[in-house]
Design a protein around this ligand. Sequence first.
Ligand code: ADP
Ligand code: MG
Length: 689
Amino acid sequence: MPAVSPATPAKTLSAPQKALIKLGLKRDIDLALHLPLRYEDETRIVKLAEARDGDTVQIEATVTHAEITLRPRRQLLVKVDDGSDTCVLRFFSFYPSHQKALAVGNRIRARGEVRGGFMGKAMMHPSFKAAGGTLAEALTPVYPTVAGLPQAYLRRAVITGLNHADLSETLPPQVGWPDPRGAMTLRDALTFLHHPTPSVSMIELEDRSHPAWVRLKCEELLAQQLSQLTAKRERDQLRAPILRPKPGGLHAQLLGVLPFALTGAQDRVGHEIAADLARRVPMHRLLQGDVGAGKTVVAALAAMVAVDAGWQCALMAPTEILATQHFAKLVGWLEPLGVKVAWLIGSQKKKERAAMLALIESGEAALVVGTHAVIQEHVKFKNLALAVIDEQHRFGVAQRLALRGKMQEGGMEPHMLMMTATPIPRTLAMSYYADLDVSVIDELPPGRTPIVTRVISDGRRDEVVSRIGAQLQEGRQVYWVCPLIEESEALDLTNATQTHADLSAALPGVMVGLLHSRMPVVEKKAVMELFTAGVMGVLVSTTVIEVGVDVPNASLMVIEHAERFGLSQLHQLRGRVGRGAAASACVLLYGTNEGGRLSETARERLRAMVDTNDGFEIARRDLEIRGPGEFLGARQSGAPMLRFADLQTDAHWLDWARELAPAMLDQHPGLAERHVGRWLGGKSEFLKA
Ligand code: ADP
Ligand code: MG
C-alpha cells in the first residue's frame, strides 16, 4: 500500500487513510520515522510461574474450567493451567464464539497483563487464539495511533513506508555522529527500532538510550537546528524600514512625561531593541521580563521611534481586558504627545469599528492596540513598521504570521517584538527559539516588596476572609480567583457565583465584583473600571484576569482550588499583586474535598510557588514537572518539532547539532536541505514564524 498522497480527494480515502493523514503520516519517510511507543514480546512463551505482577506476557495453557458468573457483574471466567501455575482469564464482554474457543480441554495461547492477586494470577481481557503456530522473530511494535487506525493497519503501512522511503545518508561524510554508537546507518537504526531482535535490552529501548535511538535523536535535533538557522538566514535577506530615534523626538518626549525613571534593565533592553530597529533587516526579538517588570513601556518607547519616522505600529494582546488596559494606558501617555492611538476588539460597535478601520487605513492612527481583531483580513494598515505581540505564548504561529503580513510596502517586513512573562529555560531557548534574539528585563521597578505566598487548606477559608477585611481597612484591594476548567464550566461558574455571594455577605459595606468569561463585554468592562478606579474592594473572577491586568493598589491575591492551576498560570496570577509599594500576599487555597489528598505534581507546584517569586526559577521547575512538550503547548510550537529527543536528557546532543548546523548549511547546502525535508517535510513554513 503506497503512502497516501495529499492530492487524493478526501472522499475517496478510507477511515484509516484519513487517520494516517491526521497523524501527519503522508509520505513514506513520515511512516518510516513513526517510531513505536513500546513493544510487545510475542517471540516467546512465558511460564506462568515466571510471570511477575504487571508483566505483559504470552502463555500457552490448557483450559481447566469455564463458567459465566453474574457477580459482581456478568463475566466469562476461564481458568487455565500451563503446568507451572494457573491463571484466571476474565472477559466482561464476550460472544458465544469466545465460549466455544475457550471450552474446557482446549489448549490456547493467550497474551495480556498478569495480575497476581490474593486469589492467584489473573488476566483481564487477554487476546487469545489456539495454541501452537509460529512465534514472532522480532518484538512487535506498538505505535502511537488515533481512533480509527488499528495497530495492524498502521504496522503494515509502516513496513511499506520503511521499504519505499529514501533512507540515504544526509550527514556530511567527514562528520561523525557525536556518539560512536550512533554510527549505524539510518536504515539499520530504523529497521532495528521498528523490529528489534528479542535479545535487545528492553531498558535501552524504553529509555531511548540504545544507539539506534541516539542516531535518530541526533538526526532530529540537527534537522531542527538547520531549519531554525535557515529561517534566520532567510529573514536576514528580508528588508525592513530603518528606524532611528530623532533627537528631541517622540521617544525622548515620552521618556520625559513618564511618571518614573526606567530601570537599568529597561534601559538596556531598550538599547538592544533600538539597535535592531536601526538595521535594514526585520527585528525578530523576544522580550522576556517577569510579571510586572515593565515591558509595556519598553514597547511604547520602541513604537515612538517608528511613529516619529512616519510609520505605524501595532500592539496585539490576547484578551479584550488586556487590550483595553493597554489602550487606556497608552492613550494617557501618548495622546498628550499628539500621537493618535486606535483600538480594535471583537466586541466593538460597528460604527466605532468602522471609524477605527478608517483611521488605521489612512495612517492617521499611528498606533493600533487590539486583540486578534487586529489581524483580521479587512484591517488595512497604511504602513506598518513595528508589530508588538504581548504575551506572545498565547498566540499561535499562524496569528503571528498574519500580523507580520500586515506590512503593505513592497518587499518589506515589519519589525517584530514579542513579549512574554514566561521565561524560556536555556535548552528551549537553544532549540525551539534558536532563531530568535532574546532580551531580558531581569530587574523589577524599585519599591516593590516581595510577595509572601501561603498555602492554606480550603477548610481555613474563614481566616482568609478576615484577612481580606484587614486589607480593605488599609484601603487595599483584593483579587479572588476561581478556576474555570472547560469540562466543568457550568459547575465552576456556580462556584465563582457562590464565592461572590459569600464574600458579599461576609464583607458588608464593601463592593464585591464578579468577572467571568461568559459575561457580556460591556459588563466586564464596567466591572474592570470599578476595580481599576479603586471603588470596588474585592474582585471575584475566573481566570479572565490571568494576563497583564495592572491595578497597583491590589495587594492580596487569593487563588481558590490552586491545585487545579498550572505553575506558570499561578505565577502569572500572583503577579497581579505586588505592583505597588504595599506589602503583598498571595494565598493558595487548596481543596481537600475529593479524597482529601493532593496529587504529587500539585503538591510540587504549590511548593514551588512558596519557595520562589523568581519567574525563571518557576519556569525551570515547570519544565521539570511537565516536560517541554506540554510546557510549550502545541499552539505555541505550531508543530511538534521534537518527537524523540528530550531536551532534559539529550542536551549534549543539542550542543553538537548547534555547532554542526552552520557549517553544514555553508558547505553542504544540498545535504542540509534534504535532511530538513526528510524530517520536517511540509512543516517548515510554520517554523519561520
Ligand atoms: P509587565 O512586564 O508585566 O507587562 P507592566 O508593563 O504592566 O508589566 O508594568 C507594571 C507596572 O509597573 C505598570 O504600572 C507600569 O506603569 C509600572 N512601571 C513600569 N516601569 C516602571 C519603572 N521603571 N518604575 C516604576 N514603575 C514602572
Ligand atoms: Mg504586560
